[in-house]
Each structure stands twice: as structure tokens, then as C-alpha cells.
Design a protein around this ligand. Structure first.
Ligand code: PCA
Length: 328
């Protein structure tokens, strides 16, 4: 017994000596709230980014993701980062178009409809977005698009008249405005809550990607998905600028490298996931296909109105984005 005690005591002392002998680098733990389900490709990409940073910084910065709105609900994540409640997080910035119309550049209907066009528009918009973020104490690390947005309904819809009076789940200003302009009733609901909203009749329809419908198994309540490719909104991974200023140059390099890889991997997944999830919706029992010509024409007219409204709100900075896009 005595010898065991001695061994343990010696071990403890040796451990204490070893600890004090280590350089005084305290591991920083960064909690990273994310709004979408853990299985969603944005969340998977975020978890890989977190692991990359943790490994790459030798554990000096350890990031833990919290998907599904479990730490902060989507709408609260940006403020939590700005105010330093968390150092880092992911948010769909078009959800904050009321703060700056610039954040809505990615939700202007039918301005772009493919990933390639969207990428080009993002390059044009990015400097203006980063400028607004900087004013809000936020630094952009990386950003990943959602697949093209299509319309989900309980019943068949072939025209805007068929949409009249439906309860339409909205996730940002553009989606609410689209509901208003098509005679529907917008109700803002986080993606994490939509399965229940459709099951209980709080909403009958939405515009979103095949990915979100698939993640939330909406075929349990809804029956039609119409590909309209209205726009491709983006999620942004942002860090509090004060926190960022305190990161060593070496760790900034690691984080930026991890961010570039995450943006690449996330974008690739968004593209791959588009076809996969639409097939998944059909396998779940939904009717999946292009919207009728009449519905498309009528939606394009709504899009014209919304484009004009966005440009009016975004002013010269908005026009500069469009000019840069068209000049390329
Ligand atoms: N899914 C998210 C935003 C865009 C998308 O495709 C959502 O529906 O909340």
C-alpha cells in the first residue's frame, strides 16, 4: 500500500512539475452556434472546419459546433457573435436585411439561378458585405451557398391565384415579401422548427432548398416541390472582430486555411446535395418537378417588383454590386 501511495504521490508531483514547465499557452475554447440540423451539409462542413482549427492550432483554439439552434436560435446568432457572447458562429445573413439591404443581395428573385451565376454575384457583393460586417464588429471567415430555392406546397399549385391565402413559412425579408406579393400569409419560422409547423398546420408552404425539405422530412406533411430556382442564399461563418484581433498571426493563418477548405467543401456539397435531396423528396412520396409556365411567368413578375424594391433600398452600394456583376 505504502509503495502504491508513494508511486501515486510521485506521479502527481511529476505531473505538476510537467504542467508548470509547459509554455503558458491556455487553450481557448470557442463555442460555435449553427442554426441548421447536425446532418445538414452546412453543419457537417462547420464541424470539419472546427476540427481543422482545433488540430491545426495544436489545440490552442478548440472550436465546438452546436448545430440545430441548440446554443442560440438562428435569429439570435449574429447578435451573440457581435456582442461577444460567443466568439464565432454561422448565420444566414439575408435574415438581417432590416439592418442593411446589402445583406439581401443573395435573395433577389431570379437575378441569378445557377451556382455559377451565383458565385459571380457573390464575388461582386462580397466587399460590400464585408464592409457592413466590419461596422458591426464582425469578420467573415467563410461562406457557403444553399442550393437553389424552390416552392413547397401541401396541394398542387399552377398559378399565383392557387397560392392565395396559404400560410407561407418565411425565413427572411425576401420570403415574407414574396408571400405578401402572392396573396399568402407569411409566418417566420426557423428551419429547426418547420417539421412541426407543417404537421400542425401553422404553415402550408415555403420556399427553400431541396436540402432543407429533405433534412426536415417535409414529405410527412407536404406533397409538392416545384423547382423555380428563385435564388441561392448563403450562410456566413463570422468571428467577433475583437476576438479575431487577439488571435496570433500563426493561428489566423491556420483558421484562414481551414476556412478556405470549408468554403470549397461546403460549396461542392451544396451542388452535390441538390440532385440527391430532390431525389430524396421524390422517394419520400412528393411530386418533384419544374413549375408550370404560367406560375413561372407570374413569379417572375413578382421578382421584378422585388428586384426594384431591393435596388431602391440598397441604393448606390446595391447598384455597384449589379454593375460589378454585369461588368465581369
Ligand atoms: N434552407 C434554409 C435557408 C435557405 C434554405 O435552403 C431555410 O429554409 O431556413
Amino acid at each position: 500500500m505504502t509503495s502504491l501511495k508513494n508511486t501515486v504521490a510521485t506521479g502527481v508531483i511529476a505531473g505538476a512539475v510537467a504542467l508548470t514547465a509547459l509554455p503558458a499557452v491556455a487553450a481557448e475554447k470557442w463555442d460555435m452556434p449553427m442554426a441548421y440540423s447536425g446532418s445538414n451539409f452546412h453543419s457537417v462542413t462547420g464541424a470539419e472546419f472546427a476540427q481543422c482549427v482545433t488540430t491545426g492550432t495544436g489545440g490552442e483554439i478548440e472550436i465546438t459546433t452546436h448545430p440545430g439552434g441548440s446554443l442560440f436560435a438562428g435569429a439570435d446568432i449574429k447578435r451573440a457573435i457581435q456582442t461577444g457572447q460567443v466568439p464565432i458562429g454561422e448565420r444566414l445573413l439575408s435574415g438581417h436585411q432590416n439592418e442593411s439591404a446589402i445583406f439581401g443581395w443573395d435573395s433577389v428573385p431570379f437575378l441569378v439561378s445557377s451556382f455559377d451565376e451565383h458565385d459571380k454575384l457573390y464575388e461582386a457583393a462580397k466587399p460590400a458585405v464585408e464592409e457592413v460586417l466590419a461596422e458591426q464588429n464582425l469578420t467573415l471567415l467563410y461562406s457557403v451557398p444553399w442550393p437553389p430555392q424552390g416552392l413547397y406546397f401541401r396541394d398542387e399549385v399552377n398559378s399565383v391565384a392557387d397560392m392565395e391565402g396559404l400560410k407561407f413559412r418565411a425565413y427572411n425579408n425576401a420570403t415574407s415579401r414574396m408571400a405578401e406579393l402572392t396573396g399568402m400569409l407569411p409566418v417566420t419560422i426557423e428551419a429547426a422548427e418547420i417539421s412541426q409547423a407543417f404537421a400542425t398546420g401553422v404553415a402550408d408552404s415555403m420556399i427553400s432548398s431541396g436540402a432543407t425539405g429533405y433534412d426536415r422530412k417535409v414529405w410527412e406533411s407536404l406533397n409538392y416541390f416545384y423547382e423555380v430556382d428563385a435564388w441561392l442564399p448563403r450562410n456566413y461563418i463570422m468571428v467577433n472582430s475583437d476576438t479575431w484581433a487577439g488571435v496570433s498571426d500563426a493561428n489566423k493563418n491556420v483558421i484562414n486555411a481551414c476556412a478556405r477548405m470549408a468554403e470549397y467543401a461546403g460549396t461542392w456539397r451544396a451542388k452535390e446535395y441538390t440532385g440527391f435531396t430532390m431525389a430524396g423528396l421524390a422517394a419520400g412520396g412528393m411530386s418533384v418537378g419544374r413549375a408550370s409556365d404560367q406560375l413561372m411567368d407570374e413569379l417572375k413578375a413578382v421578382g421584378e417588383t422585388m428586384s426594384a424594391e431591393w435596388l431602391e433600398a440598397a441604393g448606390d452600394a446595391g447598384q455597384a454590386i449589379l454593375d460589378a456583376y454585369n461588368a465581369e
